[in-house]
Design a protein around this ligand. Sequence first.
Ligand SMILES: Cc1cc2nc3c(=O)[nH]c(=O)nc-3n(C[C@H](O)[C@H](O)[C@H](O)COP(=O)(O)OP(=O)(O)OC[C@H]3O[C@@H](n4cnc5c(N)ncnc54)[C@H](O)[C@@H]3O)c2cc1C
Length: 579
Amino acid sequence: MNCANNVYIVGSGIASLAAAVYLIRYKIVPPGRVTIFESEKDYGGAMGASMVDVPFSPDYPRRPTSAYVLPATRLLEEHYSCALNLFECFPCVSDTSKTIAKDVIDFNTDCPYDDKARILNSAREVVNDPSMGVSVTDRERAIDLLLFEDEASCDGRAIDDPKFGFSDQFFESQFFLSWSTMMGPLRKHSAIEFRRYFERFLHVLPHVDTMANVWRMRLNQDDGVARPILAWLRGKGVDADGNMLAEGVKFRANMVVKAVNFAPDGGGIRAESLTFAAAADSASPDGAERTITLGEKDYVFVTLGSQVANLSVGSMDLPPPTVSEPEKAWALWTQIKEDAARRGRDDFGDPEPFFNPPEFKDDPFLSTWVTFTVTSTKPTFLDRLSGLTGNKPWQQGIVTLADSPWLLSVAPFPKPHFYCQPEDIWAWWGFSLCHDKSQRKLDQPGKYVLKPVTKCSGSEILEETIRQFGFDTDLADILGSSVCIPCLLPHAGSVWLRRWQANRPKVVPDGGRNFAFLGQFCEIPEDTMFTMEYSVRSAQVAIERLFGGPSPPAVYQGQTDPVAIAAAFSRFVLNCPIH
Ligand SMILES: Cc1cc2nc3c(=O)[nH]c(=O)nc-3n(C[C@H](O)[C@H](O)[C@H](O)COP(=O)(O)OP(=O)(O)OC[C@H]3O[C@@H](n4cnc5c(N)ncnc54)[C@H](O)[C@@H]3O)c2cc1C
């Protein structure tokens, strides 16, 4: 394998952490010669989680004194081959005798999802239609999309483009609601990606109502994944073989990379410098920019864009503020694209469709998610939920209230889901895609709290949720023993926005000598974004292309899997629910 003198990595999300791990494990570069720049004060990107202190209130003496903040949580499945490969490198936090990967497999073997109540209607009855509400014509349209279209013919089109012929009823069906609240698409989102999801997750499709074949993790991914990797990279933790690094990677928090400049190199192109400065909101924003000139064997890995760009956190009393400052991740990609264009390259992608598409004029919430984490000293809400859905807590996946104006969904966490979570503390999670089920009404007032979810405090979101579920008799008890922390993620769904094939650059653009793009917005054929798998795969592809590292495993494609095809046929052609 080729070696490097120095590697500079922009971003500290799972893509960057994976890149650093593989660079060190394959001995491409010594750890002390890897530098990770992160514009935020904390590391981990979208994987990040935190805790906030809750001031004591004599009105609510039973509330917890601190509350969890989890902007995002993650599902996975058995074909997350790249992520599982990374997870094999580290011991599991809650049981160091096995790896993170083994723990994920054991947990999902022992406690598989078997959801009996994925979607509830306005009467809180389970929506359970053998056809999942998809007409014969719409099923034919879906098969046409899969078999007779390709990415070129889907280019720049939305899922509801007349070319594909889906009816309005399709977008309100049990199937689409289950799919969109698990995978993220709305009707105005990318047809290219929607089609990719069908192929990549064909084995999940027939089980979308029970969530069988979907996996989760025992611990949240900040505690369970990011922290063990960060500790090892800092030279403080151990890998799966018990080895500690002798020296750590250099971490530079609160440092914004402002520019990466390129120069022609023979018939190719190389990154020649990287410019960074302290973040404006950091403790020492002196404004001074520093530039590193890259030597012959110096490399740069850049995470393009971020689903947690401009993330903000509210409180029990305040909604999350709207962050209007221009986002650093998109700004860097724009600079890179413009600099490459000056070198005659037009294949470095285009961030505009992902963070500022024309559709925002009509629907500024097309990529917005509001998520919320509830920490409670009593299990009342979770007990009521189990009573309503008939699920044991470990069977229960996501529960979506189809007729809620916020299209509210909630999901219980396995317990404990946070490192050192006390026995007498319960936690669960919820989210809104900021559209109703027709997806024509956006940012609607709630049914009981007459405000859009984006403008609600934690207590307002919690009240609307409790009442939407009909747990009114326990309203005071749940509100009095719980703290709900909302997060506003204006770009969570950016990966799903309508795009053209040319909008995402290759991980290593043709002729790229010493740089790679990581994360959700580079192009990896066949794989689907909105997954940590995609980010880890981007790191593996980068190392293969630049240093001759091992090839990543092939991307699972359901259309070549006879078991998945048979299950999909049985479910969608013969209408046989699978239990
Ligand atoms: C609500 C939500 C739900 C999700 N659900 C799932 C799921 O169920 N299953 C699943 O597999 N995945 C899920 N994901 C996706 C997954 O979490 C992300 O795809 C993945 O964590 C992204 O990792 P990344 O390293 O590519 O990017 P990020 O984690 O976004 O990291 C990028 C980092 O780069 C930093 N950065 C950007 N620009 C600069 C700059 N100029 N200078 C310095 N630093 C910079 C950012 O601050 C950020 O920390 C979900 C994501 C969200 C938001």
